[in-house]
Design a protein. Structure first.
Length: 517
């Protein structure tokens, strides 16, 4: 539900935290979505679909619209890579059954969230079922199967074989039929072994497979700047990969605002010429485990905070990677499903991300493809970046200080009038807040070192710093029934026991019940 500046974010009597109020009411609107990459094996101590399902309410409150599950297939090939599947129509038995996955998807749908599966079209594990039952499905050289890219745990599939193409498409249909998933993140689409015309045929085939069902395709590749042959292949999203790679040198001691702006412009210019949208990110499973600098601190130092703000507000659909919300300072070995440590969250990162998701949901100017307008800054603010995005009457202002010291900046060319500060680095570690401010066309600001602010034009209810927020209720029925407070539906009618998953009012707050019980 997008909100214009004059509208209230729900009744202030029903939520102690306006950010939770927005995120729990978010309706998964196209162009205002946030995607979460989740490794089932590492997300919970149990490492199962069922355990992850119990935490869907937490993701909803975080502001997640789409849950992208890393590969859920049985693993093979000898090194336990999730991208070495032995059977594309089975689940990893340590994660649970196909029925468990179906329950996970159904629970996500009740919370107005989508679920996308990670699809691995280029290869299978060397000990996959097809190796013996359908050896004709594989590419060969001199009669021997081929290891793509030197990956010795997998064999290359042969897209010149019509039977293989049909089998892969049947697998894509299988998960829609069996579990009602909503999309696919497609691995290694840049492979020269997968011809462009395969995607041009397969994507519309799957999109039109089931009447009334929308299936979305995200391609793992920078189609706009790198794999340009796929520009007309039909993908809905690509990776803004070159942009993320350009951030590699933005360590804590550096102040690189000029090159950061140039790299952003390169990405924006490339994005202007494509029909699809783009996914922006500061880390994912590859960056977090496969690179020499793995954690957010190792990669970006204190710049990890302003760069996160930039990823959410600059363009496209932002990605949260598997525990990034509690700091992103744990290298997660996805071959062995390292468990996320949830016990010591970085509250600055957590509150920053969930406020950014609320902004993405609530502000029309933060739609995926809304243009960026760089703000002119005073000469003494060389390491400050500022930009606005505007759509109709909606406008947002983002200000980032990449300097290692506090900086005074004068911004010119602003829209004069009432603005509301939704995010400030000075207090966000304590909790969310919101306050009004009058801006002139030329406005002076002082930002702390590595500081950031996000303003929304208009008048909104002011909010003191909230340190509580909403803690999503447990899925466990006994835990819920042990609570003494009365449930109410959103119209205020009492509910003795919730019989459907969704949003309820309890104890003066909106709460989310992830599944019925």
């Amino acid at each position: 539900m997008l909100l214009m500046a004059s509208q209230l974010m729900g009744s202030p009597l029903l939520a102690s935290d306006y950010v939770d109020d927005i995120n729990l009411d978010a309706n998964n609107e196209l162009g205002h979505q946030v995607i979460y990459e989740l490794n089932v094996g590492s997300f919970t101590a149990e490492g199962t679909f069922t355990a992850a399902q119990a935490k869907l309410g937490n993701l909803k409150a975080l502001g997640v619209d789409i849950v992208w599950l890393m590969p859920i297939y049985p693993r093979g090939g000898g090194i336990n890579s999730p991208y070495a599947a032995t059977d594309f129509q089975q689940t990893n038995p340590t994660y649970g059954t196909i029925s468990d996955l179906k329950d996970f998807v159904a629970a996500a749908h009740t919370l107005n969230m989508q679920v996308w599966l990670d699809w691995v079209p280029n290869h299978t594990a060397t000990n996959a079922t097809w190796v013996t039952t359908h050896p004709e499905y594989y590419a060969k050289s001199g009669g021997q199967m081929i290891h793509p890219n030197g990956y010795n745990d997998v064999w290359q599939l042969d897209y010149n074989n019509t039977a293989l193409v049909n089998a892969m498409n049947d697998c894509l249909k299988f998960w829609i039929d069996q579990t009602d998933i909503d999309g696919y993140r497609c691995d290694y689409i840049s492979s020269s072994r997968i011809p462009t015309n395969y995607w041009q045929t397969a994507i519309p085939l799957i999109k039109n497979y089931k009447s009334g069902k929308t299936i979305t395709f995200l391609g793992e590749g920078d189609i706009a700047q790198d794999v340009t042959r796929l520009k007309t292949a039909g993908f809905d999203y690509d990776y803004a990969w070159a942009y993320q790679s350009s951030l590699d040198n933005f360590g804590s001691s550096g102040v690189y605002s000029a090159s950061l702006k140039a790299n952003a412009n390169t990405m924006l210019n490339a994005s202007a010429n494509v029909s699809f949208s783009r996914m922006l990110y500061v880390t994912n499973h590859d960056q977090n485990f496969n690179e020499s600098k793995k954690t957010l601190t190792q990669k970006y130092g204190l710049n990890r905070y302003p760069l996160t703000v930039l990823a959410y507000t600059l363009y496209g659909m932002p990605l949260i990677y598997n525990g990034q919300e509690v700091g992103g300072n744990q290298a997660l070995d996805y071959f062995n499903d390292t468990k996320i440590n949830w016990s010591s969250p970085d509250t600055k990162m957590l509150n920053t991300i969930r406020t950014l998701t609320a902004l993405k949901h609530a502000v029309p100017a933060l739609g995926d493809k809304v243009a960026v307008n760089w703000v002119t800054l005073s000469s003494g603010a060389a390491n400050v970046l500022a930009f606005t995005r505007k759509q109709g009457d909606s406008e947002v202002l983002v200000v980032l200080n990449l300097a290692t010291t506090a900086t005074n900046a004068t911004l010119t060319g602003l829209t004069a009038g009432s603005w509301s500060q939704w995010l400030t680095s000075e207090t966000i570690s304590q909790g969310t807040s919101r306050r009004q401010q009058q801006f002139s066309a030329t406005q002076a600001l002082t930002l702390e070192a590595k500081g950031y602010r996000v303003y929304v034009r208009g008048t909104f209810p002011e909010e003191d710093i909230s340190t509580t927020g909403i803690k999503p209720l447990s899925v466990d029925g006994s835990a819920l029934s042990a609570q003494s407070s009365q449930f109410y539906d959103l119209s205020g009618r009492p509910v003795s026991t919730p019989t459907r998953p969704g949003l309820y009012i309890r104890g003066g707050k909106k709460v989310v019940v992830p599944t019925s019980y």
